[in-house]
Each structure stands twice: as C-alpha cells, then as structure tokens.
Design a protein around this ligand. Structure first.
Ligand SMILES: *Cc1c(COP(=O)(O)O)cnc(C)c1O
Length: 410
C-alpha cells in the first residue's frame, strides 16, 4: 500500500495538542497539566535560543564525545554476500561510543539544561536497563542537582553494575517492587513522585513515550543521531542510505535515527521489537506487532493489553526493551505505513550479540543486538548492494554477566 498523504508532512507532527494522528496527547492527572505546559513553553523557547544551543552543542562535543562515527562493518557485511558478488553495505552508527555507553545521554543532557533554566533543583527518572538512569545520574553530577532514580527490583538484579554506577555518582536508586519490578512499574512510580513534588522537580523521561511534550522533546534531543548520519552519508558516498534499522523499546534511538529521513520516502525505516520467547507466547514485548491502541503512562499509543484493557506484562532478555508500551510517533508511522516493524526473539538477539562481538570486535547492548539479529532475516530478501545503517544504540558491557549466565559460561 502507498504511504498515506496527510495534509501536513509526516515529519511535521505532532499537532498543537501533542497528537501524532490519533496517538499521543496528555492523559494525566490535573496536577501535572501545569508542569507539562511549563515544560512545553520552556522547550519551545530554549530550543531555538542561541545560548542554550551553544551550551548543548559544546557539551555534546566535549562531554558526550559527539559526533559518533558512521562505521563500515566490513566482516558483518561479508556475511551476507550473494553468489553474484553483491552484498549489503552495513554501517553502524556508533552511539555505543557516547559517554556512558548509549544514546540516552543525548536526551538526558538536553533535559537537564532545560531543568536548570526552569529553576528545578531536583531530578527524577525511571530506568529499565539502567542506561537512562546512568545518563541522568551523570548529568545531575555534572550540574550538581539532586537525583532520584526509580528502578524495578528485577532490573536492579540483572543490571547490578549500572545500579552501582548511579550510586557512585551520587544518585539515590529507589527499588520498585510493584508488578514485575521492571520498567513499566518504575515509570509509574516516577510519575507518582512527580505528581507529589512537581513544584521542585523535573522528570527526565527517558524515551519518546509519556504525555506531550515528551515524545516530541525527546525526539528533538535524539535527532542528532539521524542528522549526523545524513551528513556522514552525504560526505562518505554522496547519497542517502537505503535502509535504516534500529531496535525499539520506547522508541527513542529509532526515532532519533529515523526522524531526519521521514520525508525521504525512498529510505526504508525498520524498527525491531523484542519477541522474547516468541510472539505467540505470553512472554514478549512486541507492542506494535501484538498490541492494540490504548493509554499507558499519559499517552495514547499501541499497548500490550488483555481483553479488559489491563496491561499485559512485557518480557525481553534485554531490560531496555522490556516495556508494554511504545512512543506514539511509532504508532503513527506504523499506521501511515511509513515505517515497518518486526520482532526478533531473545535467542536471535543472543546469537547476534555473539556474532557482532566475533565479526567486528564490538560488543553490542542486548537491545541493539535485536536490530543486528534482524539482518539475518532482511539481507536474504535484498537485491544489489543497498546501504544499511544500523543504530548501534549502546555497548554491551552491562549485559556480559546476563549473557554469560544464559550461555552457561559462568
Ligand atoms: C534504553 C535503550 C534502548 C531502548 O530504548 P529506546 O527508547 O527504544 O531507544 C535501546 N538500546 C539501548 C542501548 C538502550 O540503553
């Protein structure tokens, strides 16, 4: 089916109510409406303010280490060579090389600069894999702000290293025992804290989820990934990439890569969800593949839910993808048929984790491994030598213990 043509371009979303088509919006308690309006106003003002931009750009360069390389993965590409000599040209956008090891810091840094200007002295955040918690604890240390991180107890166990890193940098990590003790529960607790302490506190939400303006604002702080990719592609080979591939939890690394290409209809956009133990089991996190529209954490989007609309717990071997919701812009891009979404299982991701380590000497995060794994499905379907850019969203140091245990290596 052709891409639908809305009256504004696909990249011009959301509208003034924070809606991407029928998705997004603000489904929050009355007490938060004022804080969301304040945040929207502050963001609209500062995003184009030269001083704010100068400070952000300097920190992205000197503190985060941007621009990240667009690396040609030669041995990984060779794996998919065809008998006729053609082979996909696979490039990795190296977000794993950012300070703190993932793309999360692009957003945490932008939001902490906003919080400072809004006069908020206390920062809270939710975290799953711990990468967003670490990024938030890092920028709070850098700016001397009080920092409270909500984390599910199950995730605290499987990401013990990141818990230690957050505490080392002075953050308080609050264990969340509710539900399955994962990201959904941590997010609910963070929202509860915000409702109570909204006068003094800024909530640094970690993905393109939650109520407006978060999905838009987090996208704007992450689009640096796609903008750099675009410039690097033009410089390296003088054309846009043919395919962009990224893993999707809440969807921020994927949107960050996709967004500057959304109006370039020749560029295929592919997001990969976590199929856990399989999308036909009840242990997966394939929200767009298996969910239905509903409200979770303040926004209308696809959600994993039962027939009564109760949220179904998600499952993934990677804590960062273990979320029953998805950013509203992805639901919109799916409905508009602009982006494609597929899923890969825990086992496929574990295989890809080892494969990239052995072929390229790069240990990817388990989240990232989902995108890498999909190459085995995608590449045999391609003809010629298309250029594929994969968002290497994070490094796998945090996951080596989990993987060692699963592979019975320790
Ligand atoms: C958090 C995380 C993800 C998933 O979050 P998105 O918002 O979907 O990007 C993916 N990769 C890594 C390395 C992460 O830390």
């Amino acid at each position: 089916m052709p891409v639908n043509t809305p009256h504004v371009s696909l990249s011009q979303q959301p509208d003034t109510l924070g809606r991407f088509g029928s998705f997004g919006g603000q489904y929050v308690p009355e007490t938060l409406m004022c804080a969301l309006a304040q945040l929207e106003t502050a963001f609209a003002h500062y995003k184009n303010e030269p001083q704010f931009q100068a400070e952000l750009q300097t920190l992205l360069r000197e503190y985060v280490g941007r621009a990240t390389p667009l690396y040609f993965a030669e041995r990984l590409s060779d794996r998919y060579a065809k008998p006729d000599g053609t082979t996909p040209q696979i490039y990795l956008k190296r977000e794993d090389l950012n300070h703190t090891g993932a793309h999360k810091i692009n957003n945490a840094l932008g939001q902490v600069l906003l919080a400072k200007r809004m006069g908020k002295q206390r920062i809270i955040a939710e975290t799953g894999a711990g990468q967003h918690g670490v990024a938030t604890a890092t920028v709070c240390a850098r700016f001397g702000l009080q920092c409270v991180i909500y984390m599910g107890i199950h995730d605290m166990e499987r990401q013990a290293l990141n818990v230690f890193r957050m505490r080392l940098m002075g953050a308080e990590v609050r264990p969340v025992e509710a539900g399955t003790g994962t990201l959904k529960d941590a997010t609910s607790e963070a929202i509860r804290d915000w409702v109570t302490n909204v006068e003094t506190t800024h909530y640094i939400l970690g993905s393109v989820a939650g109520p407006h303006p978060y999905p838009m604002m987090v996208r704007e702080f992450q689009r640096v990934i796609g903008e750099e990719t675009r410039a690097q592609a033009m410089e390296n080979w003088g054309e846009l990439p043919d395919i962009l591939l990224a893993c999707v939890g809440g969807g921020s690394n994927a949107i960050g890569l996709f967004h500057p290409f959304v109006d370039d209809l020749n560029v295929r956009l592919i997001g990969i969800e976590a199929a856990g133990e399989g999308i036909d089991t009840d242990k997966h996190a394939a929200t767009l593949t298996r969910g239905r529209p509903g409200v979770l954490h303040g926004a209308m989007s696809y959600v994993l839910q039962d027939e009564d609309g109760q949220i179904i717990e998600a499952h993934s071997v990677s804590a960062g993808l273990d979320y029953p919701g998805i950013g509203p812009e992805h639901s919109y891009l799916k409905e508009m048929k602009r982006a494609e979404y597929y899923s890969v299982t825990d086992q496929q991701a574990l295989d890809a984790f080892q494969r990239l380590s052995q072929l390229e000497g790069i240990i990817p995060a388990l989240e990232t491994s989902h995108a890498i794994a999909f190459l085995d499905v995608l590449c045999p379907q391609l003809s010629g030598s298309p250029r594929i850019v994969i968002n290497c969203s994070g490094r796998g140091d945090k996951d080596v213990q989990t993987v060692a245990k699963l592979l019975h290596l320790s």
